[in-house]
Structure formats: structure tokens, C-alpha cells
Ligand binder design. Structure first.
Ligand SMILES: [Zn+2]
Length: 128
């Protein structure tokens, strides 16, 4: 069936994305370690700079962790057979949307509304 083929393709996209994130995150860890090695230099300014670098790096990792969670959830939904339908209205999410955003769990309309609710009001984000 076409739908199974679509699913397989989307799963491949997700798995590739997951690997990319993990590899990028590994690179970040290596940078962090390199940064720590430089901290033997007793310059205060250098320390402040590496603290700043630590901060941005750790917030980046948080985003990556979040995305991996979304990817895992999407793949779990594929296993359960609930992948591709909107969690709010139950209708199928358009295929183009899933290709662009494989871990989408809502149709565009519900996603926009959800976003508004999360951000506290329709004025928080311009609607498209
Ligand atoms: Zn919906």
C-alpha cells in the first residue's frame, strides 16, 4: 500500500534526523571537553567566556533532547498505528505537512490554536 510506503519513508527521515541530532550533540560534547581543557589558563575573562559558551551549548542540547523526544514519540505512534492523525480532531494530517514536519501530532489548524493557547493568547504569535 502507498500509505505503508509513505510511513516507511517518513520513518527513514525521522531516523536520519535522530542520528544527525545525536552526532551533532556528540560534536558539542567534544567541544565542551576541549573548552574544559582550556580552563587551565588562569585568566578570569577566559573563564567567563567559557561559562557563556557552556550556557549556549547546554540550551542547545535541551532543544536537541526535546526534538529526539518528539521523534521517538512519532515513531511510537507509527508502531501503534496512530501516526498521521491529529490528536485533537482525529482527522488525517495532510501528507505534505508530515513530510515537512514528520513529528507533527496535530493538523495545521489545531497546531496553530494549540500554539496560541501555549503562548497565552492569539496576540502572542502572528497567525499565518
Ligand atoms: Zn486537527
Amino acid at each position: 500500500m502507498t500509505r505503508n510506503q509513505d510511513l516507511r519513508k517518513l520513518r527513514e527521515i525521522l531516523q536520519r534526523r535522530r542520528r544527525d541530532i545525536l552526532e551533532a550533540s556528540l560534536g558539542v560534547h567534544r567541544e565542551l571537553r576541549a573548552l574544559k581543557d582550556q580552563e587551565r589558563d588562569p585568566e578570569y575573562e577566559e573563564n567567563a567566556q567559557s561559562e557563556l559558551a557552556d550556557y549556549t551549548l547546554s540550551s542547545l542540547m535541551e532543544t536537541q533532547r526535546r526534538e529526539i523526544m518528539l521523534i521517538d514519540a512519532a515513531m511510537r505512534r507509527m508502531d501503534e498505528g496512530s501516526f498521521g492523525s491529529c490528536v485533537d480532531c482525529g482527522y488525517e494530517i495532510p501528507h505534505e505537512r508530515l513530510v515537512a514536519l514528520p513529528f507533527a501530532i496535530r493538523c495545521e489548524e489545531d497546531a496553530t490554536r494549540h500554539e496560541h493557547e501555549m503562548r497565552g493568547g492569539p496576540m502572542a504569535m502572528p497567525s499565518l
